[in-house]
Design a protein around this ligand. Structure first.
Ligand code: SAT
Ligand code: MN
Length: 580
């Protein structure tokens, strides 16, 4: 008797017609063999093995370097369930149109069956998925990013309860590229892209879009959030989950190194991108479903993220970075400055005088989490870590203060729902445009965001001690365009205020937008930020806020009847307070 998984694999092979089928066991020898094969086909380039043992470079198709949100669809029976926040295709139309692209798509290729587990091995919150792919690069990347192979098959047994992901590189043409989600069938179809979030289906497709749908049905939260523990000199550790849009510093914050002025503090990394939060014992407890990091390379150096620099020195894949004559990777902002010559991310000769970027702005590394020096001892805890604070942050040059707190859970959900941020190179569209991005989930929420806000509101009533909710903005600029706040390790000063608020140890000032620190309560000793600059960072510009409120109004109105009454009330109350 065959299992449901075997039957589905047979079905996919019948459609895609691979020349061979390989079931991945997740072993080191399998990984090594796939790497050797990719070196032979030039899918991977070996890096300097003395300096970067076990590290390789992959150059993707130049048309395939970031998530493509306009080609990403939710395929729900009812269009309203996908909401105005998603592109929608009806399931029968999707299956016909995109099914045709899968027909015979793997003819000259091997089909890899990649079973994976999202979450710690023995956690009740973990989930099994299986990705079928014709890309060996995807298969080895999944081994870094998830617990892949036998461990997942053992957990699945003969069950039919797993997320099914079918992926083919197709012909890599953006004209024949689709990333489709069928949450009612817990199924993902992705064709025409080999890039990260489009192709490593465990990540954004499963752990956010499909999981957010499941989480609403089952009463938990699947969020685009890092998870960190802040340990104080007293030994107390407080866990924070924080949502930021892609390429806004989540990974740097997750691996923050306390500045020299903060002896005795320690920041522990639990996750850098995704949090699954479940109610338990009156709290929300979070696990990181991933096992690796898919981080943005440019700007990463030993000052901005020393822990990441230590992590990526071995067993890592680099995608679309530049290559020095020494065989080492290079990207803009790396330690030591640019080499005199290199091959750029497309393999073309490059020098600092070329006037182009050596590395693609969305070039990435894929690296195992366990190699990170700041990994929390609790990062694989099956029960997850208790979350005391939720932080929403964006990239905003103006208006948004350095930090403030919501009045209560409902107001906090409103703060998340009205987040906006400047767009980045993580997706293929204009960069630097302010767009509404609720909870940093606009590209990742697998259902109607009106319903999503309602789900968030309900979650606050499901736990006796819900986390307290904050907004932050590290990216405020002065009139001359320079950043007002030093950021990076110094962000700990803001996290300390958040921790003190959570434990009831510091007061705050009520303003129309929320509770703001009193200037004396953010420790400025040892940094070059004047009291006046801090006051500017914390000031509320009422006229600017009224304008922002109008933009928020317009965004929220799209959700019509699906927008919860509470969000409408919070919006009205904000405007009233601003006018008072
Ligand atoms: O491409 S990914 O979605 O995996 C990374 C990101 O954009 O956050
Ligand atoms: Mn992300």
């Amino acid at each position: 008797m065959s299992t449901p998984l075997e039957r589905w694999v047979d079905e996919c092979a019948g459609i895609t017609r691979p020349k061979a089928v390989h079931w991945c066991d997740g072993s080191q020898s399998e990984y090594d063999r796939l790497v050797r094969e990719m070196l032979a086909t030039r899918t991977l380039v070996e890096l300097n093995q003395q300096e970067y043992p076990g590290c390789y470079l992959h150059r993707s198709d130049p048309n395939d370097v970031a998530r493509t949100e306009h080609l990403t669809f939710l395929c729900t029976r009812n269009k309203d369930d996908a909401g105005p926040n998603n592109n929608w295709m009806s399931p029968p139309e999707a299956k016909e149109k995109v099914g045709a692209l899968f027909a015979g798509a793997m003819r000259e290729r091997t089909m890899y069956v990649v079973p994976y587990l999202m979450g710690p091995v023995s956690s009740p919150y973990s989930q099994v998925g299986v990705e079928i792919t014709d890309s060996p690069y995807v298969a080895v990347s999944m081994r870094i990013m998830t617990r892949m192979g036998k461990v997942a098959l053992d957990r699945l047994g003969a069950s039919d309860y797993f997320v099914k992901g079918l992926h083919s590189l197709g012909d890599l043409s953006p004209d024949r590229r689709f990333i489709l989600h069928f949450p009612e069938e817990r199924t993902i179809w992705s064709v025409g892209s080999g890039y990260g979030g489009n192709a490593l289906l465990g990540k954004k497709c499963h752990a956010l879009r499909i999981a957010s749908w499941m989480a609403r049905e089952e009463g938990w939260l699947a969020e685009h959030m890092l998870i960190v523990g802040i340990e104080e000199p007293s030994g107390r550790t407080t866990y924070i989950a924080a949502a930021f849009p892609s390429a806004c510093g989540k990974t740097n914050l997750a691996m923050l190194v306390p500045p020299a002025s903060h002896k005795g503090y320690k920041v522990w990394t639990v996750g850098d991108d995704i949090a699954w939060m479940n109610p338990a014992d009156g709290q929300l407890r979070a696990i990181n479903p991933e096992a690796g990091f898919f981080g943005v390379a440019p700007g990463t150096n030993s000052k901005t993220n020393p822990n990441m620099m230590a992590t990526i020195g071995k067993n890592s894949l680099f995608t679309n970075v530049a290559l020095t004559p020494r065989g080492t990777p290079y990207w803009e902002g790396m330690d030591g400055g640019p080499p005199p010559e290199a091959l750029d991310w497309q393999g073309r000769p490059w020098t600092p005088a070329s006037g182009t970027k050596a590395a693609h702005p969305n070039s990435r590394f894929t690296t195992p989490a366990h190699q990170c020096p700041s990994m929390s001892p609790a990062w694989e805890s099956p029960a997850g870590v208790p979350i005391s604070a939720i932080v929403f942050g964006g990239r905003r040059a103006t208006l948004m203060p350095l930090v403030f707190q919501s009045f209560n859970w409902q107001h906090g959900v409103f703060l998340g729902a009205t987040m906006a941020s400047e767009t980045t190179a993580a997706a293929t569209s204009a960069v630097g445009v302010v767009r509404q991005d609720p909870m940093a989930m606009l590209p990742f929420c697998g259902y109607n965001m009106g319903d999503y806000f309602g789900h968030w509101l309900r979650m606050g009533t499901r736990v006796a001690t819900p986390p307290q909710i904050f907004r932050v903005n590290w990216f405020r600029q002065g009139r001359d365009g320079s950043y007002l706040w030093p950021g990076f390790g110094e962000n700990l000063r803001v996290l300390r205020w958040i921790v003190a608020r959570v434990h009831g140890e510091v007061a705050a000032a009520d303003t129309p937008i929320g509770q703001v620190p009193r200037a004396g309560d953010i420790d400025l000793t040892g940094i070059d930020v004047s009291r006046a600059t801090l006051e500017e960072l914390l000031a509320i510009d009422r006229a600017g806020w009224l304008e922002a409120a109008a933009a928020q109004d317009k965004f929220l109105e799209q959700f019509g009847d699906r927008l919860p009454r509470e969000i409408r009330e919070e919006q009205a109350a904000l405007v009233k307070r601003l006018r008072a």
